[in-house]
Each structure stands twice: as C-alpha cells, then as structure tokens.
Design a protein. Sequence first.
Length: 277
Amino acid sequence: MYIDADKSVAYNLDISYGREQIQRMMSMNTKKLDRLLERFVEEGVPGCALAVSYRGETVYTGYSGMARLEDGKQFDENTIFQIYSNTKNITATAVMKLYEEGLLLLNDPVEKYLPFFQDVKVRVAEDKKMKKTAEEMKNYIKSSIPSAAHVCIAVKDMDASIQFYTEILGFEVRSIVPCMGNKLAFLTHKNLEIELVYFSNPEPDATGRCYDTLAGLGRIWHFCMYAEREAMPTMIEYFKELGVPVTEGLRENPSVHEGSRCFFIFGPDGEQIEFMY
C-alpha cells in the first residue's frame, strides 16, 4: 500500500500466478475488480489504483477516486506515489548482486560506501515515563515484565545433556554458541526455553562470580526475565537503592541476539536473576 502526500492510496499487486490462473483472470468480468476499487473510495480512501501483471505484461489496470483533493485531480496511469519501505526490496536486491560480484562484504560498515553516514548519530528522546519513583518502579517490575525468558542449567557434558533433553523430553535445539570461553545451548519446547551452560572457563563469569565446577552441576544457574530497554538503567539504580547486589551496568548479550543487553541481581542465597532485552 502506497500513500502519497495527498493521502491517496494505490494497491500495486504483482501476482505471480500460473498461466491457467492468469487466463481465467483475463477472461473474468473485470467489473468485480473495478467495484473493489470503488468500495475502497466509498469507505473513505481518497483514491486508489490497482495493477495486475504477469511476466512483465500488465493484464489489468484500474483507478478510482482522486489523486489530489484540492483540485479534484483523478487517478490515472501517471499518478506518482511514494513507495516508502518498498525501497528495501530494491536496495536489498542491489546489495546482494554486488555481494555476489565480490564488490562488497555484508559486514562492511555503511560509511565505507556512503561516507556521509560516518558521523550520523541517533538521537533518543528522553522517556520521562521511565523516570519512576521507587513505588512506581516496584509496581512496574511486578506488572510490566512480560514473561520469563529462560532458565539456565549448569551441565558437565553438553552433548549428553542435549541428547537427554531432545530425545527424552522432546526439546529442540535453537542455537549452540560460545560465550566468554564457555559453551551455551538454547533449547525450546512449546513456550518453554532452557539454556544449558558448560563452564570451560575457570575465570569469573559475566556476573563476577567464580563457578564451582562440582557443586553446581545439574542445578539451575540462573533464570532470566525480559524487561524494556528504556527501563533497565532505572531498574539497576532501583535495586541498588534497595541494597540488592547488582552487576555493574549493562553488558552485551550476543549469545541471545545481536543488540541484546542484560544485567544480573542476586537473591538472599546468592541465586542469580538476569534481566534482558
């Protein structure tokens, strides 16, 4: 759906039907399609256009309503539209063709080819709603955190554990990734996700705590909950004010997805609770 500056709308459908379907379409009464466009206008759209093409051949065109309200200009084949996000299809195709020809790499920074992007900065509007009082933050945590993200279990043998959860309990492996010298596996079963972690790194983990390789095996290492990105800095300050042990700042969490950030708090018995976006 395209919307121009005058809020007129065009539906441009490129339908890759088979030959038999196209022949039936061409032989049918096109008044039904004309009526479809008229109904859009009757329901409040200033104007609209419909085109059906097959292998480069236009098999139907129709117009209804006005392209400009101020002077009553009607829709026709010369009406110009802004195509908005349809440019993404064109850009992606062009980029992949250049990639196939070895002229660029997909992980190259954009400014390598478009220098004016080098100093571009994203301005984030201050979200006043996230500046909450202690009572508001308490209520936010109780009511607004949508769901648990996953439960993390420390394991001694990653392959044996994956085999157990997949073959015995019916889990499916979503991903297996390295993280800080350790090995993580994310498994899903319907709406449940678990994270298996094999600690091969004797150094302190991301929470700043050293892992006892014997005492914790087979036990829940931590559980994780989702939180809103904008709220997390305020949440950290809130927990600190309450005297709850908190890891410093937000750390990158690429083992989950690119751009993810998280922090940990610790319960009365040292249990770890992760908050993540």
